[in-house]
Structure formats: C-alpha cells, structure tokens
Write a protein that binds this ligand. Sequence first.
Ligand code: GCU
Length: 678
Amino acid sequence: HAEDGSALWLRYVTGTKAEISCRKQSPTLNIAVSELQKYWKGGLPVDLEVNATKELRALGNEGYTIRTSADGKQITIASSGEQGVLYGVYHLLRLQAAEQLSESNSDSTPNSKLKVLNISEKPDYRIRILNHWDNLDGTIERGYAGHSLWKWEELPAVVSPRYEAYARANASIGINATVLNNVNASPKILSDEYLQKVKVLADIFRPYGLKVYLSINFSSPAALGGLPTSDPLNKEVIAWWKKKTKEIYSLIPDFGGFLVKANSEGQPGPCDYGRTHAEGANMLADVLKTYRGIVMWRAFVYSPTDSDRAKQAYLEFEPLDGKFRDNVIVQIKNGPIDFQPREPFSPLFGAMKKTPVMPEFQITQEYLGFSNHLAFLAPMWKECLDSDTYVQGAGSTIARVTDGSLFAHPLTAIAGVTNIGDDINWCGHPFAQANWYAFGRLAWKHSLSSEEIGEEWLKQTFLPIAGQPSHNSVNETSQKERQQLHSQLSLLNSQLLQESREAVVDYMMPLGLHHIFAWGHHYGPEPWCDIPGARPDWMPSYYHRADDGGIGFDRSSKGSNATAQYHSPLCEQLDDVNTCPEKLLLWFHHVPWNHQMKSGRTLWAELCYAYDRGVQEIRNFQKLWAPMEKYIDPERFRDVQHRLKIQARDAVWWKDACLLYFQQFSKQPIPYELERPV
Ligand code: GCU
C-alpha cells in the first residue's frame, strides 16, 4: 500500500459502523453524519444536534460543543448552526487520528478507554480565507506545486473530484472562505463565461461551509465593460459594478465579496483617477452592501520613490483610518516589505483604529525555498500575531488588534496565500501540507501553540493506520514499535518542525538582512545583483547596504526614520542599536563590521556563525529524518529525504555566496573553526 500524500492529514480508514444519529437533514449535516459513519471507531454512539441554547448561541453557528454524556454511554456534538456540527465532527475525528482520545496518557495503547470529552470551541476570526494566486491560464503566481487546481478550460461541464476533496480538507481545519484567482487579476474572471464556472465551484464548496470570493481588476469597467473610464466616482462605472454584482449574486447567492490589489506593482486603481484608496474601496463596498458582501482591500502598495519602501503602506493608509465603509477590511501583509523569512511586523497594524484590518500570511514559500525547503511556518505567524503594537498600551498584540477584541469591529478576518496546486500531494513538499494545516488551525484559534499544531499534524500524517495493510514491518505494529514511533515524531516536532523556519533565516538572511534574493525568481542568493536601469527598490544592494563601514539599512531616526511608525516604547527600543533585538538589527540599523554583539563576537563573526548554524541545522534535519524509514512508506520517506538533500546543498550555496560577497566589504576572515566556503 503506497501513500502518495493525496489524503493530506485526512488518512482516515473506514471503521466498524457506529451508531450516528441526527434529527435534521441537510447537505452539510449529511456530510457530518457520513464522515462519522465511515470513520468513527470510538465505539460510543454519537448524536449530532443543531440547537439554539444560550450556550450554543454564544458560540455562534460555527462554534460547537463535544460532550460525553453523564453515564459515559454517548457523545453529543452540538452547535447552533449546521456548520458548527460539521466542524465538531472533524474535531472528533482529528482527536481520533492523532490518538488523543484515550484516557491513558500513553497515546500508543490501542483500545484503551475513551477520555471523557468536554470541549467547547468558537473561531477567533469570522473569515478564515485562502488566497489563491491562480491565473486563468492555469499557471500560479509563486506556486510550486504544479498547476492550478481549477481546470477553467474544463469547467463548468467537467468537475474534478479534487474540488470536493479541497472543500473537505478546508472544512476539516475550519477554513471557511477562498479567493479563487490571483490578486493580479484578469478582468476576464468577471465575464459571464467565467462566472458560470465559478458558480459550479461555489455549489460544490457550499455544503462544506466554504464561501467563494474573487480578486477583481479595478479597471474591469473599461477592460471588460468597454467604458471609457473606471473612475470609481463616475456614474456609469458605478452602474456597471452594480449590474455585474447583481449578476454574480444571481448565480452565487452567498458570494463573499472582492479582494482588491490596487495601485500596486502596476495594477490599476482609484489613484489613477485622482481618487483615494478609500474612495475606490467604498464604491465597491456600497455596491456589495445590498448583498452583505465585503471588500478586502490590500495595503500591499509600493512604487519606486526615493523614500523607504518599508514605510509606504503606512504612509498611504494611516491617513485614511476611519474613512472606509464598515464592510471594508484592509488586508495587511505580516511585514512591511514582502513575506521575507523574518520581518518586523507591519506598523500599519498599530495605526488603524477605526478601520478593521486583517493579517495576510504567505503559506506558499516564495521566499523560503519554494517546495524544496522544509520550513514550518507556524512559528513565523505566531511571532507576528503575538507581537505587541502598543496601540492601546502594552498587550495590544496583532492577534487582539485583528480578532475584534481590542477594537470591537464585527468584521474580522485572516488570509493565507495558499501553496496548493494540482500536484498529487497538493503542496509539493510533503511537509508543506503542514503549513496549509497550521494556517487553518491558527485562523481558528490563534492561541494554539506551534508545538501543539505540529504534534497534531505529524501524528495525523505519519502514524500508521491501524488495520491498514501496511508497507513494512510496522504492519502488525507492536506496542513497542508504536511507542518508538511516537517518540520519533515528538523529536521531529521539537527539533525539526519547530526549528525549521529559524534554520532558513540563518542560512538565508540572519540578523535582519532581507531581500537579497536573486532577481525575479526569489529562490537563490544574489546580494551582488545590480541591474542597470532596474528599479532601485528591487535591487538587493538597496536592502543590505553593505559597504566598508558596515552593513544594514538605517531605518532609525538618523536614517529613514521608519522606527517612528511604531508606538512607544517599541519605537525607542528599535531605534537604538543597543536595544534593537539582534534578530532585526540589520533591518533597522547600518552597523559597523566590528560592532560588539551580545555573544561577545563582532558583527562579522556573528554573521558567519549564523550562516554556518543554518547549514548545520539542515544536516541535523537529515539525521532526524533518517530513522523514519522504518516507520513510513518508502514514497514519502524518499521524497522528504531527497528534498532535504536539496535544502542542505542550497543552504551551503546561500552561506558561501553571502559570506564571500560580504567579505569584500568586511575584509575580515571567516572564523577558522567554521566550515570553509566551497
Ligand atoms: C510579491 C510577489 C508578487 C505578488 C505580490 C503581491 O511581490 O512577488 O508575485 O504579486 O507580492 O502580493 O501582490
């Protein structure tokens, strides 16, 4: 039996038929019942209930409770909404698959007594949304797992079975929304022809609670509708959007709304007509309001100017705070530049009080080694969500700014730019599935730790499935073998998954370095890149600023003063080279090569040690992975092993390229005890 990764973390096997009851019927509830009938093996009957008790109403129609009855003879999953029941079912199946249901603490004891369950859950964000950067021709911008899942040329007539599998996978982790197309949007997505195709997908996704949204091109009225302008204040333009929106809702009555990238990287927008971002967003918001649709307006804006690119989103959006309609939410990338392996959080999160804002994370690894490198991103997203903006004093974390608890905005959301393609295992790297999984889990509950998420995912993904004809010796898994596998997974969690993002930072861009990627593809290093005539803010030398005097971008009050965009006391902390966290040092300061670091080393030596540590870590990952050969199928084992080889080689490439390049400025030797560059 070969595992190809196509089942994701949902490697359930059919169990002995359990008694599942549910008084109501509906497409969503039918899925809930059938999932349990097929896969619940816990022995106890399960009752599914849609009920409007006070407790359940407080949890909302996506929240739920899972409880064992007082006599211990039944489990009840209850919610005030059908969707909550389905989420509760996936919760129960997750506990089962991760072997977290048994009473004894040794998870590995099969058939031990079921835990008494008393679970109550409710999502932290209202909209938990994937952003596909999929083009209509099947290519994916920054996609590394094949072509688009959406077979536009076959739709609406031919329906791939993967559409439903996709909806199910999302429902299993609480994702309830998806933007189907690239933010660099083709106007064609709003044509009658394409809307018919979108409708088919929306119909398949609906019972799983997954709502469809679309990225729109702001000049659609001109490009698609043939109008002379797309000025958002022009009456005909507004009438065009009204008509188009009506058409969308007649096909998809629960359509979510529009995602808009405007006046950024050459995309059209309201500023082309002398209007503000708010005027552009509000026009669309007014049109969508009738149907309860929303606008997600992206704050990822920049254009070549001589100012600091890291400051631009704040400069353009902060003055607009309070000028947006209440069905507009501003979507902000976690960092002020662009999904780098490490960035400080975007100061815009602390600047908008009257306007709801939402984080945009990148699940696809545009800047973290594509699908070749293993990098578990939950630690990176947690780092952002847990950052304190100080906007309302200490404790104003980004999680609280965006989940509605700090400012009582009813509209809350969180977006992840997906890593899904039509590869058989969906995400390319078998471990990249963990990032799709982690995004969903954090969007549901941002207080989950990265370790908990890692453990859940590893167990669901790699534990042998009891009763399944297996690949090797673990077939008739003995108690001892199960325990060994459990300890191996726990090592993989703590020493590989949890360390992997930091390892990438180390071998690519330690100490706050950023954007020293090869121009265009963003895979390998190219700190020396200097293309005459190209935009200065695309050149690595713009970001690292290495010279004989030192390295790093001076964003302190003596430089671009980007530090002033943060609230006190963070602003002062970042501004002072002696108090700025070393992991962000070169982001905020231009630092002399001999600057003394906390370790006692010079900056140059510290840089050398960081790059070297990154390489060593990947070699350690290879060793940690090796014992998995005896526990899992050869396909997934070799796939990961092979990619780790690539990653180890790339880490050396990064280290050597960067150190040899920067050495011409530092004019100092690489510490003798470290590995020599090849
Ligand atoms: C990055 C990425 C682009 C993308 C852009 C965006 O710059 O390289 O491909 O279009 O982000 O988020 O809009």
